[in-house]
Design a protein around this ligand. Sequence first.
Ligand SMILES: *Cc1c(COP(=O)(O)O)cnc(C)c1O
Length: 401
Amino acid sequence: MSVDWITRADRLSALPPYVFARLDELKARAREQGIDLIDLGMGNPDGFAPQEAIDAAIAAFETAQFHGYPPFEGTASFRKAIATWYKRRYAVELNPDSEALPLLGSKEGLAHLALAYVNPGDTVLVPSPAYPAHFRGPLIAGAKIHEIILKPEQDWVIDLSTIPEEVAKKAKILYFNYPSNPTTATAPRSFFEEVVEWAHKYQVMLVHDLCYAELSFDGYKPTSLLEIPGGNEIGVEFHTLSKTYNMAGWRVGFVVGNADIIQGLRTLKTNLDYGIFSAIQKAAEAALGLPDSYIQGVQERYRERRDALIEALGEIGWNIKPSKATMYLWVPCPPSMNSTDFALYVLRTTGVVVTPGSAFGAGGEGYVRMSLIAPVDRLRYAISLWKKAGIRFDMSAPDNH
Ligand SMILES: *Cc1c(COP(=O)(O)O)cnc(C)c1O
């Protein structure tokens, strides 16, 4: 900075350092050295959005009315498509005017919701590990985060009984996410019933991130918070077009659920943005209207990748239980190494990028997340490089790192 009297707001220094930054630096250096990186670090799907979505966007580009400011609250037809999708998928009736709000990607809404509801010093409950927006959004709003440490022995499902009574009483919001990024865990319907009852008892608002609503395998169907009696009275649920429909770059998602909670977010956003380009809302609408066969194709693609990566890792000492959902594997580090050291070692010796679990909070230590964002052959190739480099689950820690 050129002068010393321009200083950043405290809310920025409240954010923990970004583990991805060091990884990015090393990735850049590896690329400069001509290393062929296999980047399984990000949750960024490979490939095209559905042709129907692309066609709908192109048609909208050719229509003058879509070039102006979109309505603040999202187009009526996209909101109606959201309500129709919800009805079809979960048999839940939503009022498209008050109970659905399109977002510039769900990350935006997850973070802004905290700004709309959290006063500095308020307690927000967030599992650890968690998707970064679930704690970084509240931190920006000045929240005191109470981490609920998740445990492999409990299949990474929140144990509500570990939340101290006095913390539960003063908590304002609980963020949670099943199927989970990064752990790939799913929670049984009984957990959703339990958490709704718990939230009513302690008067805690529920924020459920269901961005892997459709990326599930082997017949498993994720649960919506809004299917649970009482869920819509105290909670909202976030969805995205980024993952299922390969539309991460298009920036479109939505929140559904309690009308009053959504109204707070809508009021805040009216002051911050103008909503989503209408042509993209047209595309999103087309995507949500696709037949189940499209979703089945997506599920099949990720299931094949999951199985191939589990099999390849199995050959070098890893024993990983098939995940029921998401586009990741949650892989324990060799016991001799922490997650950052392991991720950096793997990058340096093989050019394969994985994300250290600690990037998702202290509860993610001891694991790395691998994204299923490359074709089966490339995933197998990545693990063949590990094998060649002597990387095994039972390897001992390398000397110099
Ligand atoms: C990918 C992801 C999102 C999606 O973010 P968008 O902003 O909609 O692209 C939200 N939550 C979780 C847990 C994710 O993994």
